[in-house]
Design a protein around this ligand. Structure first.
Ligand SMILES: [Zn+2]
Length: 477
């Protein structure tokens, strides 16, 4: 057994040991959750101000003893730009640096832990600016469990599943610098045997692989889920997963409906973030519950004012309560979230958010062939020199603008993206990449649109954004 595999097995055991407590916390009443959050918040700020030079200066005036969720909004917001600029002073282990994590990420393919305990991942986020995140030993297990604990509760309660290996198929990110792929690798064997299908594979290959694997549970990007639901309804995909986790993109009503037609009401929405893992995860009653034992979520409008339940936010401030090595305190992410008033029929005290109703306009469709944005994201996100990018769909491929801080082989990047498009079924794809000093932003500094499909006139369904039609309009039943 390799050194990595031996360490990984210890990590699997750690995650298994955490599982009952993390499942139990799903049922905690609101008061207990609130008390837990307050204690964790104070602990987080204490660790940050003791061990991070940047936070020591920035939060010097904070009275930790009276810090709670009502006074938290008095603390400054942390932006991704600040995080990346001051990274080395923000982490609470002085051995860690951004340069070293970048170096570590460049070897993510081979599998290893930094200093025998740390895992690094990258985040594109909705703004297109590259971020790097680092997780400590226990927090990486919590990151994974925060997504899968609901599924594990189903598995552990089912005697049939307890008697045999339980298979989880992930149809998701291809590269191990991405949280979904990285957690799947680390924790394969923790209750579930993981089988990964990179989303960049042609749909036919994924269908063949899934038919062979017969997964008990499945995780898929909604755009892929839609294609798979059509394959199932057409009689080509024969699987019967107990639950399906859908994440990383908006779970549009028509995608949820198609998946439920194919497999019954078993679709679980996941609002996953690189910054906190399962930030909100669905229950069996169709609710999507914030992981209120692990994060504090403050929905805000564009100017940063709090929005009330029932109103959609322009962004959220996220405080990660479980990963003190990288203190994310009121970290700004530009996800639009609507916290729902009232309670869920499932009885959970974790507040719910609405399924995002916006358009799934990041998917490019070429003559009926859907191309997932991950195809571009995976290649662009792997280049440490690329800090921002914007991808415009063209009739035969894409025109990509990148902002770089270090030399990048644009030819190599172009060739890899061209090859990936060809694998997706495009004939003779054309890709251009140019470096730019700045990217055009439509709605203010926070709103960079990273993926721009061809103009509305080439996609009839895009002319009515208020009532979007399914985006993946390839031939089907
Ligand atoms: Zn619920």
């Amino acid at each position: 057994m390799s050194d990595y595999e031996a360490l990984r097995q210890r990590h699997v055991a750690r995650a298994v040991a955490f599982t009952p407590r993390l499942i139990e916390q799903l049922d905690w009443p609101a008061e207990r959750l609130a008390a837990h959050r307050q204690e964790r918040l104070r602990q987080l700020v204490r660790t940050a101000t003791e061990r991070s030079p940047w936070y020591r200066r920035r939060l010097a005036d904070v009275d930790i003893g009276r810090l709670d969720e009502t006074t938290l909004p008095e603390l400054p917001v942390l932006t991704k730009t600040e995080l990346m600029e001051h990274f080395d002073d923000i982490v609470t282990d002085r051995r860690l640096s951004l340069a070293q994590l970048e170096q570590h990420l460049s070897t993510a393919e081979t599998g290893s832990y930094l200093f025998g305990r740390y895992t690094a991942i990258t985040s594109g986020g909705s703004t297109g600016q590259r971020g790097v995140l680092v997780y400590d030993w226990d927090s990486w297990a919590v990151h994974w469990l925060s997504v899968f604990r609901g599924v594990l509760r189903v598995k552990l309660a089912d005697p049939a599943l307890a008697r045999r290996p339980t298979v989880l198929a992930s149809v998701a990110a291809a590269h191990f610098s991405h949280g979904t792929a990285a957690t799947a690798r680390t924790f394969s064997g923790a209750h579930l045997t993981g089988i990964r299908f990179p989303v960049t594979l042609p749909t036919g290959d994924i269908v063949t692989g899934l038919n062979r694997a017969r997964p008990d549970f499945m995780l898929a990007y909604p755009s892929v889920l839609y294609a798979l639901a059509r394959e199932a309804l057409a009689g080509r995909l024969h699987i019967a997963p107990r639950r399906i986790l859908a994440g990383a993109e908006p779970l549009l009503p028509e995608i949820r409906a198609a998946a439920e037609r194919a497999w019954g009401g078993k679709v679980i929405n996941v609002w996953g973030t690189s910054e906190a893992g399962g930030t909100a995860v669905g229950c069996d009653q169709g609710g999507t519950h914030i992981s209120e034992d692990q994060v504090i979520i403050e929905p805000a409008d564009l100017s940063g004012r709090p929005v009330v339940p029932g109103e959609r936010s322009a962004k959220v401030y996220l405080t990660n309560l479980y990963n003190p090595v990288l203190g994310l305190i009121r970290y700004e992410i530009t996800d639009e979230v609507t916290v729902l008033p009232g309670s869920c029929p499932c009885g959970s005290a974790h507040r719910r958010i609405a399924d995002v109703q916006g358009r799934l306009d990041d998917v490019f469709v070429y003559r009926g062939i859907p191309v997932h944005p991950y195809l571009f994201r995976s290649e662009l996100g792997r280049e440490a020199g690329v800090i921002e990018y914007q991808v415009r769909q063209t009739p035969a491929g894409a025109a990509i603008a990148v902002r770089c801080t270090a030399p990048v082989s644009l030819d190599g990047l172009r060739d890899r993206i061209t090859a990936a498009l060809a694998r997706s079924g495009l004939e003779r794809p054309q890709v251009t990449i140019e470096t730019v000093d700045r990217l055009e932003r439509a709605g203010g500094p926070a709103k960079l649109k990273r993926f721009i499909p061809l103009a509305a006139n080439s996609e009839p369904s895009r002319q009515a954004p208020a009532a979007p039609e399914p985006i993946l309009i390839s031939a089907g039943p």
